[in-house]
Write a protein of this length. Structure first.
Length: 233
């Protein structure tokens, strides 16, 4: 599937560049106009995928492929592309994320970090006799999710919703955060991608792959699993 996408993009994107790499293409016929529209569409899609693409290098690759003299074989190009997307790019994202979170903790002494990189500040510690510790403990919470640039992705306050679930059903970073406060507590936490939605992201929620997320969490209630077991006897 990835190979097919790579081939299709390579074959289609050539219309985005003229043979001379200039902007003086004359639209002399309907077919020329169709080609230009397709080129616009491909260009916009590539812009959404990666706005930092080197246009000159992109056009050179297209011209080389169209002239039958590419610098790499298709297999070599595919190998490089997949390695870059699956390994190099995520490593760059993780390195940037680490610097970003370290700078937050360094610039604001109210923030601390867990071993997994969750960077948090406690606004209200809550009832320390009602802290969730076991995965089977039930927690009730409200929360807001934002991207690193401040865009709100979800708010249970706006939805008028309260999440009630077992502690172990929460994503790792949220689980770690909730365990740092008690009933009635409030915590703000930056979650590294590995502790949130990972490399897959969540298209429905609007979470990009390898996204660092900011959570505002209010722990409304905690029901200890052992207490429930005892009462059920």
């Amino acid at each position: 599937m990835k190979r097919l996408l790579f081939v299709v993009l390579t074959a289609a994107a050539w219309v985005a560049c003229s043979k001379n790499g200039g902007g003086s293409v004359k639209l002399k016929s309907d077919t020329d106009s169709v080609a230009y529209v397709l080129g616009m569409n491909v260009g916009l899609n590539l812009l959404r995928m990666d706005s930092t693409l080197n246009v000159a290098a992109l056009c050179e690759g297209i011209r080389d492929a169209m002239s039958g003299a590419p610098k790499w074989s298709l297999a070599e190009a595919e190998t490089f592309y997949l390695r870059y997307m699956n390994h190099t790019l995520p490593e760059k994202a993780r390195a940037y994320e680490e610097r970003f979170l370290a700078d937050i903790a360094k610039s604001n002494r109210s923030y601390a970090r867990t071993t997994s990189g969750v960077t948090y500040t406690v606004g209200e510690v809550g009832d320390q006799n009602r802290v969730p510790t076991a995965d089977r403990d039930t927690v009730s919470l409200r929360y807001v999710i934002r991207t690193a640039d401040g865009k709100e992705l979800y708010s249970s306050y706006e939805q008028g919703d309260t999440l009630r679930c077992a502690l172990g059903d929460l994503r790792k970073g949220v689980r770690e955060s909730v365990k740092l406060v008690g009933k009635g507590g409030h915590i703000d936490a930056w979650l590294p991608a590995a502790t949130a939605y990972g490399a897959e992201g969540d298209a429905a929620l609007g979470v990009a792959p390898n996204a660092t997320l900011f959570y505002e969490i209010e722990l409304l209630d905690v029901e200890k699993y052992a207490g429930r077991a005892y009462r059920s006897r």
